[in-house]
Design a protein around this ligand. Structure first.
Ligand code: PEP
Length: 255
């Protein structure tokens, strides 16, 4: 069965000391989790090894994610980080296709497809982000928009590969804005995403894939969002930087 996941996206935040304290605080709640739950910590590159060490090798409740990777294996790409590098330090997940990377770094569907492929080739599980801008939502075209994003970057995968992907639906108008999708909007899109997976693959594949909601998930709205039957947890930015808030969000997984 698929996992219920609370994934943190720290973005470009925290000093090393802050990172250490935050992770130590979160690890203290391990005993409240069960094997249906997973917490994934998406931390900046410089802290990956430290956070992986803090989490430990075989932690069944906590995992570590990179926030990006390069689409080539190695070479003259100054400043970039590759899939084999991440795999070699024990990173398990990688966020791919976040709207900030799409918008600020010009990452398009074709490039993201290459990133998904190289991640899977090196045993990293993509947390693939999709989601529409406000004008698309206002025009009522959000389902078609997200369908295209999945077709561009994911649906070339085999069923076996696809089972290693986590999908995060993040409406762009809700990211970092304090404006959350309603429970109904989240449920409708997640239902649509699972229906697309059934159509493209089958029920078995569709039911294996965790589909997370992202966009201003907070301590006080996580539970109601995660209670939607088609929502399997969240990808959380701002609220994942405050241990007490993120702990409450993790609590929301227990439905
Ligand atoms: C994100 O960065 O993926 C995100 C959802 O951010 P926030 O929770 O701050 O809206």
């Amino acid at each position: 069965m698929r996992k219920f996941i609370a994934a943190a996206n720290w973005k470009m935040n925290c000093t090393k000391e802050q990172a250490k304290t935050l992770v130590e605080d979160l690890l203290a709640i391990s005993h409240t989790l069960d094997k249906r739950h997973l917490v994934v910590l998406g931390v900046p590159f410089p802290y990956l090894i430290m956070v992986k060490d803090l989490v430990g090798q075989n932690n069944e409740f906590f995992s570590v994610a990179a926030q990006n990777l390069h689409h080539k294996v190695s070479g003259a790409f100054t400043g970039e980080v590759s899939a084999p590098m991440l795999a070699s330090i024990g990173v398990e997940y990688v966020i791919i296709g976040h709207s900030e990377r799409r918008e600020q770094f010009g990452e398009d569907g074709a490039l993201l497809k290459q990133k998904v492929d190289i991640a899977l080739e090196y045993g990293l599980k993509p947390i693939f982000c999709c989601g529409e801008p406000l004008e698309v939502r206002e025009a009522g075209n959000e389902q078609e928009y997200v369908r295209r994003q999945l077709h561009e970057s994911l649906f070339h995968l085999t069923a076996e590969q696809m089972k290693h992907v986590v999908i995060a639906y993040e409406p762009i108008w809700a990211i970092g804005t304090g404006k959350t999708a309603t429970v109904q909007q989240a449920q409708d899109m997640h239902f649509h995403l699972r229906a697309m997976l059934i159509k493209q693959y089958d029920e078995n594949v569709a039911n294996t894939i965790s589909i997370l909601y992202g966009g201003s998930v907070k301590a006080d709205n996580a539970e109601s969002l995660f209670n939607c039957p088609s929502v399997d947890g969240g990808l959380v930015g701002g609220a994942s930087l405050i241990a007490a808030d993120f702990e409450k969000i993790i609590e929301g997984l227990k439905r």
